[in-house]
Design a protein around this ligand. Structure first.
Ligand code: DP6
Length: 324
């Protein structure tokens, strides 16, 4: 018998400039580049054990044995990584999230980032951060952005080799906070993977993609200069462009709930009173409210008591995916 094990921890991330639509679905080569911030305090912790006596792969998520599509997706990723060592030994995977799965708090990002690092390390492979990010991308696109630290950019690249994420700034470069207003905790109805496949059915997607180079540059500069007003304007525009595409796809995807829209409008009105605050939404109804951490008390208090908000989760800029 031969056994090897490794455990990795990864944070999810919130996209400031969003990934939506693939030009190569199988390789997860995106139509546009994206920028995000890793979210400390939230984490996926994944232990991978390879053992020559295991008769099959097993995947436990939050204490529940997985089957069907969730297991198949993990096995597909394991196969990609096992292939790098040329082995077929089965693995047991134990994964825990300390946040609700599937509620627009991209658990696939932290999930596949942690799975990639733990697996590669249990296989005894020495892999650069660039290659880890590329490999994580194959499991879930946004996972490639959770590999490096802090504020990260995923360059769309021209092929599998140069589509990866790198760090734009370290976590302590800018002390931003993301107060996630939880509006629904249930699993979203249309997964991101299904959504990406519908992006091209929207007549607005081509315009969103064509303008992405400009938005990426504005966002990059706003982070470099720690210019909150510029960041606020670009992340809200980008989020609205994403949701405009979603709402005009066939079939139309509506991720916003009435409480989401009410909070989006409230954030706008708070900003008019001089508060530095902005919001962005992924493929779910939860609203990510972004601000400088020095304003935490003022802003989280308002969100906590906002009608329709069930809970709040406060996060700061997070580190890279690492081994335990
Ligand atoms: C709206 O990375 O979850 O959150 O590659 O199919 O796993 P898959 O999709 P995923 O898509 C994320 C979409 C988004 C925007 C973003 O995070 O950039």
């Amino acid at each position: 018998m031969s056994t090897s094990t490794a455990t990795a921890v990864a944070c999810p991330n919130i996209a400031f400039i969003k990934y939506w639509g693939n030009r190569d679905q199988a390789l997860r080569l995106p139509e546009n580049g994206s920028i995000s911030m890793n979210l400390a305090e939230l984490e996926t912790r994944t232990r991978v054990t390879f053992d020559t006596t295991f008769p099959l792969d097993m995947f436990d998520l939050n204490g529940k044995r997985q089957s069907g599509p969730a297991l198949d997706r993990v096995i597909k990723h394991l196969n990609l990584l096992r292939g790098l060592r040329g082995i077929s030994t089965h693995a047991h995977i134990f994964s825990e999230n300390n946040f609700p799965t599937g509620a627009g708090i991209a658990s696939s990002a932290s999930g596949f980032a942690a799975l990639t690092l733990a697996t590669v390390s249990a296989l005894g492979l020495e892999i650069s951060e660039v290659d880890l990010s590329r490999l994580a991308r194959r499991g879930s696109g946004s996972a490639c952005r959770s590999i490096p630290a802090g504020f990260t950019e995923w360059q769309k690249g021209i092929n599998d080799l140069d589509s990866f994420a790198f760090s734009l700034a370290a976590p302590d470069y800018w002390n931003l906070a993301d107060c996630i207003a939880v509006i629904e905790e249930e699993e979203k109805k249309t997964s991101s993977t299904e959504g990406h496949a519908l992006a091209s059915t929207s007549p607005l997607q081509a315009a969103r993609v064509a303008d992405s180079i400009r938005r990426l540059e504005i966002c990059r500069n706003a982070i470099q200069k720690r210019d909150f007003d510029a960041l606020a304007a670009i992340i809200e525009l980008d989020s609205n462009m994403l949701h405009a595409v979603m709402m005009t796809s066939r079939p139309a995807l509506y991720y916003w709930e009435p409480a989401s829209l009410n909070l989006i409008k409230a954030v706008q009105s708070w900003r008019k009173t001089g508060l530095g605050v902005a919001c962005t939404l992924d493929a779910g109804p939860n609203v990510h409210v972004i601000f400088e951490a020095s304003d935490t008390e003022k802003i989280t208090q308002r969100i906590k008591t906002f009608p329709g908000v069930r809970d709040v989760i406060l996060c700061h800029t997070g580190d890279k995916t690492h081994l335990l």
